[in-house]
Ligand binder design. Structure first.
Ligand code: MOS
Length: 749
């Protein structure tokens, strides 16, 4: 397939219709009635259940491995270790090839070497989950440990530049920022630290797997269907068309639902046992074998003139990574485009640690990068005695300050103004510790949210229009709770001139035209661009079917547009024919068209980002140090909002995750053993209902003229800026500036 050359721009914007309405989730009733089937709920005949055994050292070799008792345990069908596992190629590492999905390029269970504490050393298959778990506990492993790199401080001494930071160089310098800082009238020069985080989606990772001869069927919980298929084909020496992956429902992804070792091991074991296999990770298993957000230590140095404008913006630092992955937590990205400065120094280093490969976690880079940058900006505002919103107004750039590109759409100051008005920012007393009610110190803080606009290359959509006037749109994309199925039905309905209830958006199956990954908040734009291209193709097919007896006779595709369940001439609107009429005259049951999305050239032509202003009010207990977030408002500038209901949910969810980042979440890593010490939701604290106040959400809603549908993806921006808004509010409440997350009560005493 080739890109239709009639499309050199993303979709035209529709003028009316379903987009922008608060349509309820089309899959909502199935979910609340328990009819939505997730990967660990697919029941296959004759199925076996898998359990994993995890290494207890960080680096070294397996010395002895005794599986005899486990093999004799009730119900056990197979014990797989490196001694009997089939040969498998290492996973292709993410970003090394367009469809590479491996968060790590380490071989999986191919020899006796151990690379992190928690690496799977055995997999048991049994007739029930309980039998598998019991047998796994009977496997006896001893190790020869070797020295491991486990201390972030020590590894940071030898930190290196990563090969790239998401495709960009690890150092960006404009002017001599250190000299400008030294000469600046006012300066802030601080270190901020953020801890490791683990993914805690409500649905733990799971897959149900079946071999049908040399064909492989996987019911997976994934946010990267086609990349997973391509990568598995490489690991197992299969053709892509031998593998089908289905993933109709995913219980949260956030960057974590990729291709980890559990799918690979279970596929191998299912082949060996010649039976279907279900593998569902325990919560501890999620912590042990799937990575999350990595540790960062960041320096932000701001050199300012008396009016607040910046002479120097320095954002540098080091993150923990492994030698076999590719996710250096791009914390410098916000500083590339947020503020005007005379000089910049933005630099990232990585420190190699023997740990599970870290990976993407909701706004990797931006969520922790904005903590540092937006805390520092608050510190500068305080030092200059300028209101923090006014300071941002003074350093608002006219164009992208580091790339020089024009912004495609940027209304960040409007977002601030609207948010400030609604939140009552004018009531804030800038003097710290000036508001108290009994034991509670009250303060307000603000910070900028930002996340890039991305649209991924590749992806194709197929539209089938049937003689009953309904349309089915298919693309192997993902619904992890964001509202994809709902919003894309709305978007396709408008594209086709249909009502949303006449359109079904089908997704979640590699048998469909290929989708792009649901990552980088890119999926909405990627699907919209493919559906627009397929619509153009469909119009061409319909005009051919319409023929000379149609009122549309003689019109070219670019002279007509879909409307009112048919096609109309753009110039002479009374020349119109309904789809059902075209199909019935042509004696057709349906018409089908498929097209590839055009390349995402818009990202190279403009600086494209989403923005927001996060407002937080906290109450900090002066006796116990406990912080309660009492009010929160997110004011966003993210292009056109396609569905206010699902969008509000996305923004709120991101902010809630940001409250965890700010106040409670920390994966505790024992630097003696490399063991994750709190691998459960009892000890890894995500926000619960009582931790979350009502969160007010507003937006500017200005369509981005360069984005399909005028919309930006909004899955990730909600979390960005939140930790800084909370920290800045805590400073305002208490006079205490906490620069390392999470801001637990001990740090405030
Ligand atoms: Mo997102 S961290 O790209 O799912």
């Amino acid at each position: 397939m080739t890109t239709p050359d009639t499309i050199d721009r993303p979709a035209p914007q529709t003028q009316h219709g379903s987009i922008g309405t608060a349509l309820p989730r089309v899959d909502g009733p199935r979910k609340v009635q328990g009819e939505a089937r997730f990967a660990a709920e697919v029941a296959l005949d004759n199925m076996l259940y898998a359990a994993l055994v995890y290494s207890t050292i960080a680096r070294g070799r397996i010395a002895t491995l005794d599986t005899t008792v486990a093999e004799a345990a009730p119900g056990v069908a197979l014990v797989m270790t490196h001694r009997n596992a089939p040969a498998m190629a290492p996973p292709a590492l993410f970003l090394t090839e367009p469809l590479a999905a491996g968060p790590s390029s380490l071989p999986v269970m191919q020899d006796d070497s151990i690379h992190w504490n928690g690496e799977p050393v055995a997999l048991v298959l049994a007739e029930t989950q309980e039998q598998a778990d019991h047998a796994a506990s009977l496997i006896n492993v001893t190790y020869e440990a070797e020295p491991a790199s486990l201390s972030f401080d020590q590894a940071a001494v030898h930190a290196r530049h990563p090969d790239s930071v998401m495709g960009e160089p690890p150092l960006l310098e404009l002017g001599d920022a250190e000299a400008a800082l030294a000469a600046a009238a006012h300066k802030i020069d601080r270190i901020y630290e953020t801890p490791r985080h683990s993914h805690a989606a409500i649905e733990p990772h799971a897959a149900t797997i079946m071999w049908d001869g040399d064909k492989l069927i996987i019911h997976d919980a994934t946010q990267m269907l086609n990349a997973t298929r391509w990568t598995l084909a490489g690991i197992f020496g299969l053709q892509e068309d031998q593998i089908r992956i289905l993933s109709p429902f995913v219980g949260g992804g956030f960057g974590g639902k990729g291709l980890w070792s559990h799918q690979i091991l279970a596929i191998a074991a299912a082949k060996m046992a010649a039976r279907p296999v279900r593998i569902g990770l325990t919560r501890a298993g999620v912590f042990r074998i799937t990575g999350g957000r990595t540790t960062t230590r960041q320096r932000v140095a701001l050199g300012a003139k008396a009016d607040g404008t910046l002479a120097a913006l320095i954002h540098t630092g080091t993150v923990a990574m492994t030698t076999h992955n590719n996710c250096p937590e791009q914390f410098t990205f916000p500083a590339k485009h947020l503020y005007a400065a005379d000089s910049f120094r933005l630099e990232q280093h990585v420190a190699d640690i023997d740990m599970v490969a870290n990976t993407f976690m909701r706004a990797p880079g931006e969520s922790v990068g904005t903590f540092a940058l937006e805390s520092a900006l608050d510190e500068l505002a305080e030092a200059l005695a300028i209101d923090p919103i006014e300071l941002r107004r003074r350093i608002e750039p006219a164009k992208d300050p580091t790339s020089g590109l024009a912004f495609s759409s940027r209304h960040i100051l409007e977002a601030y103004a609207k948010g400030a008005e609604r939140f009552g920012w004018a009531n804030r007393n800038p003097v710290p510790r000036s508001r108290r009610e009994g034991e509670w110190l009250i303060g307000m803080g603000v910070a900028t949210a930002t996340y890039p606009y991305y649209r991924m290359p590749g992806g194709a959509a197929r539209i089938t229009l049937t003689k009953d006037g309904r349309a089915r749109v298919e693309m192997a994309s993902h619904e992890m709770g964001m509202g994809t199925a709902t919003v894309q039905a709305q978007a396709a309905a408008d594209c086709l001139g249909l009502a949303p209830e006449q359109v079904v958006f089908d997704y979640g199956d590699t048998a469909m035209p290929s989708g792009t990954l649901a990552g980088g908040s890119s999926q909405t734009a990627s699907i919209a661009a493919a559906v627009a291209a397929a619509t153009t193709q469909l119009i061409t097919e319909l005009l051919q079917l319409a023929g000379n007896a149609s009122p549309l006779a003689g019109l070219r595709p670019d002279q007509v547009e879909p409307r009112d369940a048919g096609l109309a001439s753009r110039e002479q609107p009374d020349r119109f024919e309904r789809y059902v009429s075209i199909l019935s005259r042509a004696a057709r049951d349906d018409v089908c068209a498929q097209a590839d999305a055009p390349m995402p050239t818009e990202m190279g032509e403009h600086s494209m980002h989403s923005y927001g202003a996060q407002f937080c009010e906290v109450r900090v207990n002066a006796i116990t140090g406990e912080t309660r977030v009492s009010r929160f408002l997110g004011s966003f500038d993210t292009g056109r909002i396609l569905n206010p209901r699902t969008a509000t949910s996305q923004f709120r969810g991101g902010i809630i995750m940001g409250l965890g980042l700010a106040l409670t979440e920390e994966t505790q890593f024992d630097e003696r053993s490399g063991r994750i010490m709190n691998p459960s939701l009892a000890e890894y604290h995500v926000p619960a209902h009582l931790d979350v106040p009502h969160i007010d959400i507003i937006w500017t809603g200005h369509p981005d003229p360069y984005a399909p549908l005028g919309a930006h993806g909004i899955g990730e921006i909600g979390i960005t800026g939140v930790a800084a808004a909370v920290a800045n509010a805590i400073y305002n409440a208490t006079g205490r500036r906490i620069r390392d997350l999470p801001i637990t009560l001990d740090k405030l005493l």
